[in-house]
Ligand binder design. Sequence first.
Ligand code: IMP
Ligand code: MG
Length: 190
Amino acid sequence: MAMGNTFSESNLEILIDARQIASRIRELGEQISNDYRGRTPHLVGVLMGAWVFMADLIRNLSVEATVDFLGIQSYLAGTTSSGEVKITKDLDLSIAGRDVLVVEDILDTGRTYRYLQSVLSAHHPNSVKLVALLDKTARRVVPVEADYVGFPIPDVFVVGYGLDYNQQFRRLPEVRILGEIGRSGDRVIG
Ligand code: IMP
Ligand code: MG
């Protein structure tokens, strides 16, 4: 769908507002800091959706943390989700012996994270955990779980706070519902 075919954000219902997001991320930051006390977690942000969340999360950590990014594109073909995942940007730093904390915007079918688990573990990290801001539990196809979840959400397509629909709406400070529209048609998501 072309960028010109736009939805107006004022028509999109707010699911989670900016204050709720900020306060939940403070809690996650505290929990993660406690769990990793004495260690230096290596945050691996999954591009593109996760960078806004990661920027807020890292500022709520009281343990030192290092960062890297991995570029991923998941291709969904309408209702028949192909499950095809492609790396578009590799890690820059070694994760051997590191305590990797994957930072995701949203856990949906679980295919991306399952794929990441196998790619990352091949590089011998000390541990791999996942923090996902949002979790669509009802959509899971692969039985994976996040170690830390910001908000479980229903089966709706959401945008904002880094999440996009065809590159739109990443800038919104809250999470809004795009509805069913986002799931129709072929698209590339990240
Ligand atoms: P998976 O289905 O768990 O592999 O999710 C893969 C990716 O799909 C997520 O990291 C997001 O980038 C994207 N995604 C899933 N659901 C949504 C949504 O509701 N809005 C925007 N992106 C989404
Ligand atoms: Mg993603």
